[in-house]
Design a binder for this molecule. Structure first.
Ligand code: PMP
Length: 403
């Protein structure tokens, strides 16, 4: 029989509305162009891979495989490796236990599981403006209505939040927030804001979905108490080893009241049965050894130096033409340009000059602000940073002279 030639495959494959409304991630798109010769990228939130403790992970792999053998390659419990869950509970959530932790394939999967669990099509959810674009992406596929709350130096705007709570036609399903060195703004919540938010949301019966991805990456002092610690009964916290150890391991977690964890386990079963056993073993082997603290000190020191160098390069080029504050932690600078500079355009011009960073508009729900650029400082070398900032300044000057 001859092979049938189809004129138009879209008549056969008809993606669901959910697939159609999931926006492509800009950073993933940018990641595709960063291999262009001569391109320097500050776009992805990539940790410095020269810091990955490869030799230690190799040793743990060998010892664990000799000790545990086939067990590491067999199907395993959906909730994840109990020793690692107990370790996470003990370190990050005082007073909690392993039953309240579910291990996930990165915290991105945690966001998807929680969206599945909480979001109803058309129902409101609260989140910061700006917010993590990977969260906006996953939430979008579940079609909530977004209520954005401005995020400033001290945390979200409390008046805006109160107004939103008072005027929402339906009780929002949750408030998604990144209180520690936020991606993209690098802002954190003060203790006062943490207390007020936790109290206010409890009073209004709204769960908090706290994302702690950057909490360990402080350069000076630790951040105030987490929202989860302040209000464990109405907070779900997610975390990850992507920024502190290695993102390719894809090990993250959800901490939630036990009943919610039980429900989420069912959701995760239907999604992927469980996350890779071997990766959880490697993570546990490393974090439970004395090497983890040493490693955290090393990455904090290295990222602090990188952030200082970036700040010095920015200051040298831009002077006081844009506001610049030295970073206190996390992986990003959130560069603010004068209102008339459209960073979508700046971004395209930068790509032509061999420079990639992420335009700020991607991080907003609702009407975007268009004068920010997210600049990652953890991955590039000092020389690349110097060159990259010079390229950025050149493009900026060109745009200013055309305004
Ligand atoms: N939350 C935030 C705030 C992030 O920035 C990221 C990744 N950049 C994630 C979650 C997801 O990370 P992962 O899936 O690697 O844990």
């Amino acid at each position: 029989m001859g092979k049938l030639i189809l004129e138009n495959t879209s008549e056969i494959f008809r993606p669901s509305a959910r697939a159609a409304r999931t926006p492509a991630s800009v950073t993933r798109d940018i990641l595709k162009v960063i291999d262009t010769p001569g391109m320097i990228s500050f776009a992805g939130g990539l940790p410095d891979d020269t810091l990955f403790p490869i030799q230690d992970l190799r040793n743990i792999f060998e010892t664990s495989v000799s000790k545990k053998g086939a067990k590491l390659f067999q199907y395993a419990d959906t909730q994840g490796y109990s020793d690692l869950r107990a370790w996470i509970a003990d370190r990050y959530y005082p007073g909690s236990n392993a039953d309240e932790i579910l291990l996930t394939s990165g915290s991105q999967q945690a966001l998807d599981l929680l969206s599945r669990y909480f979001i109803e099509e058309g129902s409101p959810i609260l989140l910061e403006r700006p917010s993590y674009l990977g969260a906006i992406q996953v939430f979008s596929s579940y079609a909530p209505s977004f209520i954005g709350i401005s995020y400033g130096e001290e945390g979200p705007d409390m008046e805006e939040l109160k107004y939103a709570l008072k005027n929402s036609s339906e009780r929002p399903k949750f408030f998604y927030c990144i209180p520690d060195f936020q991606n993209p703004s690098a802002y954190s919540y003060s203790l006062e804001t943490r207390n007020s938010i936790s109290e206010l949301l409890l009073k209004n019966g709204i769960p908090i979905l706290e994302d702690t991805a950057y909490r360990e990456l402080y350069f000076e002092k630790e951040l105030p108490t987490s929202l989860c610690e302040l209000g464990p009964e109405h907070t779900v916290s997610i975390g990850t080893f992507s920024k502190t150890l290695a993102p390719g391991l894809r090990v993250g977690w959800i901490k939630a009241p036990k009943k919610i964890v039980q429900d989420l386990i069912v959701q995760k079963q239907s999604m992927d049965l469980h996350s890779p056993t071997l990766n959880q073993e490697l993570v546990y082997g490393f974090v439970s050894s004395s090497k983890y603290e040493e490693h955290l000190s090393l990455i904090r020191k290295t990222y602090r130096q990188k952030s200082e160098h970036t700040h010095a390069c920015l200051q040298k080029n831009f002077g006081d033409s844009i506001p610049l504050q030295i970073s206190k932690g996390g992986l990003f600078y959130w560069l603010e340009f004068p209102e008339e500079i459209d960073t979508d355009l700046l971004f395209r011009k930068c790509l032509e000059k061999g420079l990639a960073a992420v335009p700020g508009s991607s991080f907003f729900v609702g009407k975007p602000e268009r004068n920010h650029l997210r600049w990652n400082f953890s991955n590039a070398s000092e020389e690349q940073t110097k060159l990259g900032v010079e390229r950025l300044y050149k493009v900026y000057l060109e745009m200013v002279s055309n305004c």
